[in-house]
Design a protein around this ligand. Sequence first.
Ligand SMILES: [Ca+2]
Ligand SMILES: [Ca+2]
Ligand SMILES: [Ca+2]
Length: 293
Amino acid sequence: MRNCGFSNRKAAENLTVSITRMDSQERNDTEYEKFAVENFNTQVFNVEDFQRRRRIYRRAVVCLGLLCVVLLAANIGQFVNNKIQNRPELGDHPKIEALSAEKDQLWRNWTTIQTQNQQLHLQNRILTLEKEELQRNYTTVQSQNEQLQTGRDQLQKMVNVMKVKINGMSCETGWSKFGMNCYYDSVTELDWVHSRLVCLSMGADLVSINTAEEQAFINGLLSPQVNAWIGLNDIHSEGKWKWVDGTAVTTTFWGPGQPNSYNGTNQDCGELVENSLMGQWNDEDCSAENLDL
Ligand SMILES: [Ca+2]
Ligand SMILES: [Ca+2]
Ligand SMILES: [Ca+2]
């Protein structure tokens, strides 16, 4: 019978039982007994060696386990370290960059607004000063206007008084009174310029007619179908008729087709042509000889 030397303790015990069983048998082979004893010792040695190796294996397994734990911890530490080292910097993050750019833009906008606010404040100050100056000027002008109005009212009162006095006065002999004016009808026929010179020498001037009533009054001073110079002329500018006293011609009493510069002649002086109604104006050559008014 063969036994395996490294099976286990129970196997060794079975071997002992086998040997005992063999002792109980009649054996005549001495070599076989010797072999059995040696084989038994060998089996005992193998069991102890197995147990020793098993302890070594356990220790080795424990050591390997510890080594694995250490390696695992090291790997975890390395992983965490890599994560920390590879963590993106704050300035590299796109959102943070965008926020930083927006912050810069807002800062620039705020600076611009602050500058504009200062400019507006300055302009407001300037406008305020100008407004105050205008207010002072307005007050001054208003005061002057009140003074002028007061002076005008006083002058108007004086004019009214003078009008009353003048209306109560009569004209010199040979002069006819109409309203506040005195009129003189000459008896000498002269050209327009000399007729005016005669009037000026008498402290008067050729007549200026401003109303239909005045026109009718003057027409009444003339004899039937008589022409007389009046203060009307366009000597300085053809077609622009003016009165000798410088006043504008507002109401006209031109005859039909007048003024006409008759047959291309230079008719620059005005005359009044008497008729049965209120008379009519005509432009005439200034060198013609007429009576004057
Ligand atoms: Ca002319
Ligand atoms: Ca003319
Ligand atoms: Ca004419």
